[in-house]
Design a protein around this ligand. Structure first.
Ligand SMILES: [Zn+2]
Length: 378
């Protein structure tokens, strides 16, 4: 209780006239009333109660002793009436203060309480995005073959994205990658200039710099190219890269590994087929085709032509090849002497595989974040 408000003390009466008693009683009740407004909590209420009605030296006791017992005989009756009036008033005020306090705490209880009859808040469990799901499936197949997962930066230097992968400066193969360059890099030497990686292949070099052979890694990640978005292109998309380096790795190992992986991904009945191709960082290079897992390799769905395989019965899945010895030259000091080790690499576009797998006809659906689309894969 605010100590400053506790100013009332029982005055000693000299005048016991009816008007003086009435005035004294009025002041006493008014003081009690004023003090009651400062009651804020249970401790306040107790102090307030003690001060006014404690049997020993409470204000009511003092009033009784001083004003009634000390009154001259002829004023006793009048004094008794006033003292009873004060007692009744103080009891009222105390009751009211207690009641108000109770009311406040009940109100706050009501405010804090929980309506257990209300239905709960539904928090739907999310699901993997089709691209993430496809990534995890592919990574899972290679993890079972003993591959580990490697990671690298999305903002790369020219050196890791091109030069160390056997794209020499000014080589026309760079033009095929529609690179997004970071602005304001002109003052740096070309190999240090920053760009958004156009493939996950730079992580091959970064990993070989850190780990000595033998290695077997898969590298999932986002890549960027300056392609306007349409049904089959996006400036941001996903790749999974693979690299195996050891002594005596041959093209036979590449074919066996990828044939197994394709059967694990698309079903044991798919056939694989390699066609010669070109990539700067592999030699020889190939494109891997699998029998269309939509039409089963027939090229038709009933009477209709099969669009995903363009009626050929084959779908191109990835690019691959034996690691070019020129690439090993860049990491030769870490045990990758091209005369002693050999390896194969492969890379695939995850988004395209997810499109085929789930029969989605527009790549943009994957990146628009429309819950109605995504819920179908939950
Ligand atoms: Zn087909």
């Amino acid at each position: 209780m605010d100590e400053n408000r506790v100013t009332y003390s029982v005055p000693k009466l000299t005048d016991y006239s009816a008007s003086a008693l009435e005035k004294a009683a009025g002041e006493c009740i008014a003081a009690c009333q004023a003090e009651s407004t400062a009651v804020r909590n249970d401790a306040d209420l107790k102090a307030f109660r003690d001060r006014w009605i404690a049997r020993k030296n409470g204000i009511l006791t003092q009033v009784n002793d001083s004003w009634l017992k000390g009154a001259p005989k002829d004023a006793k009756r009048e004094a008794g009436i006033r003292v009873n009036e004060i007692k009744a008033a103080v009891a009222d005020i105390l009751d009211k203060a207690g009641y108000l306090l109770l009311e406040t705490s009940t109100a706050s209880l009501a405010r804090d309480s929980i309506d257990i009859s209300l239905p709960g808040i539904r928090r739907p469990i999310g699901a993997e995005h089709p691209v993430v799901k496809t990534t995890n499936e592919i990574v899972g197949v290679f993890q079972k073959l003993g591959y580990s997962v490697a990671d690298g930066p999305v903002v790369e230097t020219d050196y890791y994205n091109f030069e160390a992968l056997n794209f020499p400066p000014n080589h026309p193969a760079r033009d095929t990658q529609d690179t997004l360059f970071i602005a304001g890099q002109q003052s740096k030497p070309q190999r240090e200039r920053l760009l958004l990686r156009t493939h996950t292949s730079p992580v091959q070099i970064r990993t070989m710099e850190k780990m000595r052979p033998p290695i077997r890694i898969v590298i999932p990640g986002t890549v960027h190219r300056n392609d306007p978005p349409d049904a089959s292109h996006s400036p941001m998309f996903h790749q999974i890269e693979g690299l195996a380096v050891d002594t005596n790795i041959t093209f036979g190992d590449l074919k066996g590994t990828l044939d197994h992986a394709m059967k694990a991904l698309f079903g044991s009945s798919v056939k694989t087929h390699f066609r010669p191709s070109f990539f700067p960082f592999t030699e020889p290079s190939a494109e891997l085709y699998v029998t269309c897992f939509i039409c089963g390799g027939i090229g038709k769905r009933g009477a209709d032509p099969c669009r995903p395989c363009k009626q050929t019965g084959w779908i191109e899945v990835l690019g691959c090849g034996m690691v070019d010895p020129n690439v090993f030259e860049f990491v030769k000091d870490n045990g990758y002497d091209p005369k002693k080790v050999s390896g194969f690499a492969f890379g695939m576009g995850v988004d395209r595989l997810a499109l085929l797998k789930y029969g989605v006809d527009d790549l943009q659906y994957f990146f628009q974040g429309d819950v109605r689309f995504l819920q179908q894969f939950g």
